[in-house]
Design a protein around this ligand. Structure first.
Ligand SMILES: *[C@@H]1O[C@H](CO)[C@@H](O)[C@H](O)[C@H]1NC(C)=O
Ligand SMILES: *[C@@H]1O[C@H](CO)[C@@H](O)[C@H](O)[C@H]1NC(C)=O
Ligand SMILES: *[C@@H]1O[C@H](CO)[C@@H](O)[C@H](O)[C@H]1NC(C)=O
Ligand SMILES: *[C@@H]1O[C@H](CO)[C@@H](O)[C@H](O)[C@H]1NC(C)=O
Ligand SMILES: *[C@@H]1O[C@H](CO)[C@@H](O)[C@H](O)[C@H]1NC(C)=O
Ligand SMILES: *[C@@H]1O[C@H](CO)[C@@H](O)[C@H](O)[C@H]1NC(C)=O
Length: 590
């Protein structure tokens, strides 16, 4: 037994510029369904295709099928929908009995599709099926009841008829050109044997008779005729009994968020219900294509979901956790975009900038920019988040002596306790740094934030710095790292012939304990603080000798502002531009 649950979607009314959402159960299971006439029927009899109320009110047939509450009913698997939405068992469809209250289960043209050779046969108006190639062939082939529907001019005139090889009968049928003027009547109206003495100068295409139904000239319509599979254009007229499927072009939809509507052209040349209008949505995607922002949408003061955005909707864009509004946009916490009547937004969508180099909590042991780098051999190094999906580490952590860099599947980055895959390892020559491009854009939080970069000489020449590393003597995956204070020495204190690409660091002297730097600290960022903001100034490059795992001697580090230009470019191009399109203003690096 399937559960009946109906929701009455009160349709969005654009006519009076008012819109309301709501749902209401159409049938109360305890009380049953009350027909308009007053009698009560079982809920299961509502929207089942059969008029169980004497007035038929349980089937909600409406002029506009989209307004029938049956529309929103979900059918069980072995059921199919009537055009207005009721559910009937699948085997009732095309069984020559009317089972839908609107008879839509027996639409000839539709049912025909379900015959054994759907492509080969077509149905006559009287219901007989004849081979498709007998349609519009100039001759009446429907066998019974003087039915000439296979040669109806308004139908046949829509059929393709190649001008070079075929002749179109006045009645619309199409015959091979060789049959014209062959003294046989091939067009049933005899038009192929007329004017045979004279040269035909004009294309003898008869004009489409002024019958059938006109499709409104809506440039946003995309129309298909289920029967013929060829496209019909807005402004065209289609023959009586044609079932058309109308869709809206990209970014347009119908009233009530329907993506497809069906209409039948009825006998007197009127649509079975008025043709719907396509409405342009504003692009919802741009509200959702950056992790740096969040958006709340409202319409006439009431909150609405940020999708299918109709004109006059206001989107209030704020920065996501650990992002801040770019300076260009002032210091307000949010800005507004309004969906205009042409379906464009009133202003461009701007992105927020990551908050870099700041601890979110008081605990400085949680360095949100510091990550672990682990290889398949379980070697561990440190690394630093420098942009939304790039971590910088030491080259020797991901490339062993005289070998090419490891393949990406042999390296993972441990960020806030979770493993993140690497999609690319970017090296910059012999210098001991590598960028790890992550397979995802990080979702920033108080535990995950990039470090700041700077060109300020005052900061990059700082003599006090620190780094975070794995806790000593443990292999645990963790997000609490060990902080080591450092003195930055002259590079000559490491080696007499070091050039300016390098700096030299050593654990700061402390009276109460002796700090060391260890193998697993390689690749960690050398961080300098200024005014409460932390900047990366170097990458530790500790390649221990034999039997040396830890040391308190000076160690070489690569100066961050001396890394190759190609790496700097990769980092800055990983940052989101302020605007997605058009004028690109890169967020300032601070
Ligand atoms: C925004 O994107 C997320 C995930 O990519 C998706 O789950 C959500 O439905 C989207 N929201 C809108 C309004 O498109
Ligand atoms: C709306 O946006 C489209 C492109 O998305 C553009 O071609 C069109 O000119 C815009 N219309 C207005 C009135 O700005
Ligand atoms: C990371 O890569 C491994 C294999 O290399 C794969 O099994 C896993 O699903 C990936 N994880 C994510 C989050 O993509
Ligand atoms: C910073 O260090 C570089 C290289 O050692 C040096 O050329 C420069 O003068 C220093 N700048 C300041 C402000 O100390
Ligand atoms: C660094 O080297 C200089 C000489 O270049 C020396 O005077 C100084 O004592 C050394 N500093 C340390 C901490 O080793
Ligand atoms: C510094 O030395 C390294 C080799 O140790 C070399 O690759 C690099 O180009 C040198 N840089 C400068 C600025 O001379």
């Amino acid at each position: 037994m399937w559960k009946v649950k109906f929701f009455l979607i009160i349709l969005v009314l654009f006519v009076n510029c008012k819109r309301a959402y709501g749902d209401e159960e159409v049938c109360d299971h305890d009380l049953g369904f009350r027909c308009n006439s007053g009698s009560i029927i079982n809920c299961l009899d509502v929207c089942n295709g059969k008029k169980d109320c004497e007035d038929g009110s349980d089937e909600f047939l409406r002029n506009d099928v989209t307004e029938s509450p049956c529309r929103n009913l979900e059918c069980p698997n072995d059921h199919v929908k009537c055009n207005y939405g009721a559910c009937i068992p699948m085997n009732y469809q095309c069984d020559n009995n009317y089972n839908c209250a609107d008879n839509s289960d027996e639409w000839k043209y539709y049912c025909h599709k379900h015959k054994d050779n759907p492509e080969e046969f077509k149905s006559c108006e009287s219901g007989d099926f004849i081979p498709k190639n007998k349609f519009c062939n100039g001759k009446v082939d429907c066998p019974r009841f003087n039915d000439d529907s296979d040669e109806w001019p308004h139908l046949c005139n829509l059929w393709p008829c190649p001008v070079k090889t075929h002749f179109r009968c006045k009645s619309g049928g199409c015959i091979p050109l060789t049959k014209k003027c062959d003294n046989n009547k091939d067009c049933y109206d005899n038009s192929d044997e007329k004017y045979c003495g004279r040269k035909v100068t004009k294309n003898p295409v008869s004009t489409t008779p002024n019958q059938g139904c006109l499709i409104r000239q809506d440039p946003n319509y995309y129309i298909k005729n289920v029967l013929e599979n060829y496209n019909i254009n807005p402004g065209d007229r289609v023959p009586v009994n044609t079932l058309i499927i109308i869709k809206c072009r990209n970014n347009f939809v119908f009233h009530g968020n329907y993506h497809e509507q069906r209409r039948i052209c009825e006998k007197n040349g009127v649509w079975n219900s008025p043709l719907p209008h396509c409405i342009k949505y504003c692009d919802a995607e741009i509200l959702n294509n950056s992790k740096s922002t969040t958006a709340l949408c409202s319409f006439e003061g009431a909150g609405v979901p940020c999708n299918n955005i109709v004109p006059d909707t206001i989107a209030k864009v704020s920065c996501a956790d650990s992002y801040k509004m770019p300076e260009q946009l002032g210091d307000s916490a949010s800005y507004e975009m309004t969906c205009k009547s042409d379906g464009n937004w009133s202003t461009r969508k701007a992105n927020c900038e990551p908050i870099c180099g700041r601890y979110a909590s008081d605990s400085a042991s949680v360095a949100p920019w510091h990550v672990g780098v682990k290889t398949y051999l379980n070697q561990m190094c440190g690394g630093t988040i420098v942009s939304p999906s790039i971590v910088i580490t030491a080259l020797h952590c991901v490339q062993f002596e005289d070998e090419p860099a490891l393949s990406v599947d042999k390296v993972v980055v441990i960020i806030a306790g979770n493993s993140v895959n690497v999609s690319e390892i970017i090296v910059g020559g012999q210098i001991d740094v590598a960028l790890l491009k992550l397979s995802e854009i990080l979702t920033l939080s108080k535990n995950i934030r990039p470090i700041c970069r700077t060109e300020s000489e005052y900061i990059v020449n700082s003599t006090k710095a620190f780094l975070h590393g794995w806790p000593k003597d443990t292999n645990k995956v963790t997000d609490v790292f060990h902080k080591t204070e450092l003195d930055v020495l002259s590079r000559h204190n490491c080696s007499a012939n070091l050039n300016g690409t390098y700096i030299c660091v050593r654990p700061a002297y402390k009276l109460d304990r002796i700090e060391t730097l260890c193998e697993g600290d390689s690749g960690s960022g050398i961080i300098a603080e200024s005014d409460g903001v932390n900047y990366i100034i170097g990458i530790l490059s500790f390649k221990p000798g034999r039997n040396v795992k830890c040391t308190n001697e000076p160690i070489v580090a690569v100066r961050f502002n001396q890394i190759p230009e190609s790496l700097k470019t990769r980092i800055s191009s990983d940052e989101e531009p302020l605007y997605d399109m058009g004028l690109l203003i890169n967020p300032m690096v601070k």
